[in-house]
Design a protein around this ligand. Structure first.
Ligand SMILES: C[S@@+](CC[C@H](N)C(=O)[O-])C[C@H]1O[C@@H](n2cnc3c(N)ncnc32)[C@H](O)[C@@H]1O
Ligand SMILES: [Zn+2]
Length: 414
């Protein structure tokens, strides 16, 4: 199919068929698949990101069963929509008459393609509105028109930072939901310290828990923007997979609420020699600048970061349940299930130890991580795996406890 000069191809995600620029036409070499080189952006790898949106929106709808503001309508806005595949999937796969969708993109061709897809899918009712504004302009216009979305999604190419303030300003302030994707992961994992400072106001360097630092820095940034508007964001999930970060938040309103956010902002210090880490809560409180093992000397200090929970148990468990009720591709469903199950088994423990690092320093081979987790639990500690690192263990044990476990395991094997 050729539409307005774009060579299209039908793809299926979930149970939805959408036309997207044909990669076979636009990408000559499969290893060079570049979504931004297409006339309208489409990245098949992001199917799992869209699956997470569907799970979160479905869960939000389940939880707002009794709420009847806005005539019982729930308005979802995707401000940077590309082909519109995300919004089409929501309308098609959730199938809840309360759900209304606004899909917006600054690009004209993207707008035309969204109209084309709407017609193909025979979506003609007023549950879908397609607009063609700059995203911040759209948010300001929604505010101006007193139209308060219940859910806003920001899925840009790169950093979402420039859109957060305006999105929160127009989002429903009592119980709205914000979904944010970031693909500029390099500054957030500490590879580009200056870029992280500019965009997120955090001092970030490489650390043994890079990916979790990235999530916590972004939560800090979003919460700070909300706090200017006397709103508080409550993180409901924070996932780092493939090349992207995806966060979900619920919004509360009021200065007292916003103050609560800052109770869980702090710093993390880590020892470059043994990887032990130290957390402080409150912007004014710095963690130890020395490792507890004196000879190790000074620690590195990163922050400010969100140091509270990343996963909200009730919401996350409902998302997990909804996995069984939605038509999500099996491979993605399996990955999502594992992420939630691991993170929900120690949701209040920030950061983790890298088992491989510890074993390497002991000049041991790395034992089975599940064995170490079980042994820690047997000894009365809390312990869990984490999706932030395949060899990471979240635990309330200290490094010395883990070292004992490792020595025990190696002795029993010898
Ligand atoms: C990563 S793509 C979106 C992909 C889409 N969310 C999906 O799931 O397939 C980013 C889109 O944002 C659009 N865009 C870039 N800057 C924008 C802005 N300031 N306002 C609105 N749209 C913008 C681009 O045209 C592009 O289509
Ligand atoms: Zn140390």
């Amino acid at each position: 199919v050729v539409f307005k000069g774009i060579h299209l191809r039908k793809v299926r995600e979930g149970t939805t068929d959408v036309f997207v620029p044909d990669p076979l036409y636009y990408v000559k070499n499969k290893s060079e698949y570049i979504p931004t080189a297409l006339p309208v952006f489409y990245n098949p790898v992001m199917e799992i990101n869209r699956d997470l949106t569907i799970l979160a929106v479905k869960t939000y709808l389940d939880l707002s069963q009794e709420i009847s503001e806005n005539d019982g309508k729930i308005l979802y806005v995707e401000a940077l929509a590309g082909t519109g595949i995300r919004g089409f999937r929501l309308l098609n796969e959730i199938n809840d008459p309360r759900l209304e969708v606004i899909m917006n993109d600054i690009d004209n061709l993207s707008k035309d393609l969204m109209h084309f897809n709407a017609a193909q899918l025979s979506i003609t009712d007023n549950r879908l509105i397609i607009t063609n504004y700059e995203a911040n302009y759209l948010f300001a216009k929604l505010c101006n028109d007193r139209r308060k979305p219940d859910i806003i999604e920001i899925d840009p190419y790169g950093s979402p930072a420039r859109f957060i303030y305006n999105a929160i300003r127009c989002l429903k302030s009592k119980g709205g939901m914000l979904l944010v994707t970031a693909t500029d992961t390099a500054p957030l994992v500490g590879k580009f310290t200056n870029a992280a400072m500019r965009k997120y106001g955090c001092y970030l360097i490489k650390s043994p828990f890079n990916k979790e630092v990235a999530i916590r820095a972004l939560i800090y940034f979003v919460g700070r923007e909300a706090s200017i508007l006397a709103r508080r964001v409550i993180p409901i999930f924070g996932i780092f997979t493939h090349h992207f970060i995806k966060l979900g938040f619920l919004i509360k309103r009021g200065r007292k609420e916003a103050d609560k956010f800052w109770e869980n902002v702090g710093w993390v210090a880590f020892c470059n020699i043994c990887t032990e880490y130290y957390i402080s809560k409150g912007l004014q409180n710095r963690p130890s600048s020395l490792c507890e093992i004196k000879e190790h000397g000074v620690t590195e200090i990163l922050g400010p970061l969100w140091v509270g929970k990343i996963f909200e148990e009730e919401f996350s468990r409902m998302m997990l349940k909804n996995l069984d009720h939605l038509n999500i591709n099996q491979r993605n469903a399996k990955l999502i299930r594992r992420i939630f199950e691991w993170e929900l088994s120690a949701p209040h423990i920030p950061f983790f130890y890298d088992l491989q690092e510890i074993a390497r320093r002991l000049r041991m081979s790395t034992p089975s991580i599940n064995m170490v987790v079980d042994e820690l639990r047997r000894r009365g500690f809390e312990a869990s795996r984490t999706h932030f690192n395949p060899r990471g263990i979240k635990t309330d044990a200290k490094i010395r406890d883990i070292v004992e476990v490792l020595k025990g395991i190696s002795a029993s094997l010898a």
